[in-house]
Design a binder for this molecule. Structure first.
Ligand code: ZN
Length: 143
């Protein structure tokens, strides 16, 4: 499978069986999983959206209170969910093109994307348990 590096954004080819083995980037040698959400711009998002690892996206903005409330829930989930998926944050103010492309009408909006296809969407700052359940239900298997 192809995985984009969270540091240099280059694609790495990796056996899915090696996901749990602390893989590192062939280009920049840094770790492919940091246990933290990854902030992406329009340009870097394209590199991750075209790889094989499912993305869990948090569309947010700095002025949005519920977004700030939800941020720690999302951060904790990154540690729990990696390497099954990558958790990604998109600032809708900095990337209005992505907000438009995914028809984001309220924030926070959470969206699972796999190989460019939307798998599931959840609106609002949900409690941690509900978020975990939603991820378990909708995250596609990695292969
Ligand atoms: Zn790299």
């Amino acid at each position: 499978m192809l995985i984009s590096c969270p540091h240099c954004h280059r694609k790495n080819r990796l056996e899915s069986a090696r996901l749990d083995a602390g893989p590192t980037c062939g280009a920049c040698k840094k770790t492919l999983f940091t246990g933290q959400p990854l902030a992406l711009s329009s340009a870097t998002f394209a590199k991750h959206a075209s790889a094989d690892l499912p993305l869990v996206i948090d569309f947010w903005a700095s002025w949005c209170g519920p977004c700030q409330q939800f941020a720690p829930v999302f951060s904790k989930a990154a540690t729990a969910i990696e390497p099954r998926a990558r958790l990604v944050k998109i600032d809708t103010e900095a990337a209005p093109d992505l907000a438009a492309r995914f028809a984001i009408r309220s924030i926070p909006t959470l969206l699972i994307l796999h190989r460019g296809q939307e798998v599931a969407r959840l609106n609002g700052a949900v409690p941690a348990q509900e978020f975990a359940r939603w991820l378990d239900t909708h995250l596609p298997a990695v292969s």
